[in-house]
Design a protein around this ligand. Structure first.
Ligand SMILES: [Zn+2]
Length: 140
């Protein structure tokens, strides 16, 4: 096993390996594959979705093994904000579901940071810890 890891490390030397874009490609590919199996009965729609899923996996594999690190990191940097946006969206909504009874989430009006406030009735002055802005919210 150690020998294998050593060989793997030697093989991956100078190659791109796993990055955010690679992770996103795999996740989208798996989602496409699952969705195509369960939600679409039209043969052509399924076929195209599964083909796209395979193409995404192939792109992942090529990027993983690529030795053109400069281009790969440029691609990764280009997609990173979008990937982060999607991940943050799901994280926020997961948290909203998880502590929706005890807390409320508000967006800071000046820096757009998401703020979590205890769900207590009344008017509150909220201070954004990120930028220091004060704003009022009323919880009924
Ligand atoms: Zn703020």
């Amino acid at each position: 096993m150690r020998n294998f890891l050593y060989k793997y490390a030697a093989f991956m030397e100078g190659r791109n390996g796993f990055d955010e874009l690679g992770g996103a490609l795999i996740v989208v590919s798996i989602i496409l594959n699952i969705v195509s199996r369960f939600f679409f009965t039209m043969f052509w729609v399924r076929l195209i979705m599964q083909l796209v899923a395979i193409i995404l996996l192939a792109i992942f594999a090529l990027r993983f093994l690529s030795t053109n690190l400069y281009r790969r990191s440029q691609e990764n940097d280009f997609f990173k904000p979008a990937i982060r946006g999607v991940v943050d969206f799901f994280k926020l909504n997961y948290r909203r579901l998880r502590d929706g009874r005890t807390h409320r989430y508000y967006k800071c009006p000046s820096c757009k940071a998401q703020l979590r406030v205890k769900n207590v009735k009344g008017t509150h002055t909220i201070r954004c810890p990120k930028c220091g802005t004060h704003f009022e919210k009323t919880i009924r």
